[in-house]
Design a protein. Structure first.
Length: 316
């Protein structure tokens, strides 16, 4: 049995539409920017495929056969559908989006992101909803499997094909309640080491970069609690005399939205007099979303929320 796909050629559909519309090999060739000879060969091929002469001579003109008349509208519709299928999307109007985006982020990132992102959605994309998932204890292929649209945070465990974009670089500051003894004097490494600390680790680790920096000075700190998220650690620090680490803007940079929760809880952020590695917050997504208009809006919105001052400078 003959394979019905053997003669499938989109170029034939385009040529058929031109020939049936123009009813002239010369005009059809001009329309498709080819030569009359090439169009004559294409017409011959169409006649073989459809087993119909399609256009026949009538004096100085060519007239369509009944089969050609029956195919005229269908051929034009097929070409229109092909054009729509093979035309780049050209972006998307956010106001037409009807979509729920799933974002994976640490609690402090989610707290910084959600208000601004929802405000942007209300203004620009009212059909958008946001689902924020907690960071996974063990890094998993959530982006690859499509369970998460965008991961936001310290990106350190991505699949090879994952796209990553750095958003903002931060420093870690010491967060203490108003009236804490450390807030009443210049913070020193020894004073910081002598204080009671709460650590943040979703893996339950008691030590981190601060401990390594203190060890370089021959010092160590006492961590009395390890919590999985920064917001709980900030709440503990706001209620007592423990110290927690809070992501804050680099010196000379505008205040970071990521430290807004600490300020809202009344915490004071103290500069740590030790060389700690910077913290880079970025976004990660699977490449299947790179060209998607809705996902492009989401990524741009996240940039505008987490680095507003830089986005405003870039817009000028």
């Amino acid at each position: 049995m003959r394979n019905p796909l053997a003669n499938l050629d989109a170029n034939l559909a385009v040529a058929l539409d031109a020939l049936l519309t123009e009813q002239s090999v010369t005009r059809a060739a001009a329309r498709l920017q080819t030569s009359p000879a090439a169009m004559s060969r294409t017409l011959a091929r169409l006649r073989r495929v459809l087993q119909d002469p399609l256009l026949v001579r009538a004096g100085q003109a060519m007239v369509p056969t009944p089969r050609a008349e029956a195919l005229r509208e269908e051929a034009a519709a097929v070409v229109r559908r092909l054009a729509a299928l093979l035309t780049p999307s050209g972006g998307i109007d956010p106001a037409t989006l009807r979509r729920t985006f799933t974002v994976q982020a640490a609690d402090v990132v989610g707290a910084a992101l959600a208000p601004g992102l929802l405000e942007l959605a209300r203004r620009e994309a009212p059909g958008v909803s946001l689902r924020v998932l907690a960071e996974e204890w063990e890094a998993g292929p959530a982006l690859r499997e499509g369970r998460v649209d965008l991961e936001i945070g310290a990106i350190d465990h991505v699949d090879p094909e994952t796209r990553v974009e750095d958003l903002v670089t931060l420093r870690m500051a010491a967060g203490v309640r108003a009236g804490h003894p450390l807030a009443e004097t210049t913070l020193t490494p020894a004073g910081l080491a002598a204080a009671e600390h709460v650590a943040v680790s979703r893996r339950g680790r008691f030590t981190g970069p601060l401990d390594a920096a203190l060890a370089e000075q021959g010092l160590s700190r006492r961590v009395t609690a390890v919590l999985p998220g920064h917001l709980a650690a900030m709440a503990l620090a706001a209620a007592g005399d423990v110290v927690c680490l809070v992501p804050a803007a680099l010196p000379g940079e505008p205040s970071s939205p990521l430290s807004a929760a600490a300020h809202a809880m009344g915490l004071r952020l103290l500069d740590i007099p030790l060389p700690l590695p910077p913290l880079t917050i970025g976004t990660a997504w699977h490449p299947r979303h790179t060209a998607d208009g809705g996902h492009q809006w989401l990524r741009a919105a996240v940039r505008r929320v987490l680095r507003p001052a830089r986005e405003e400078r870039g817009a000028r």
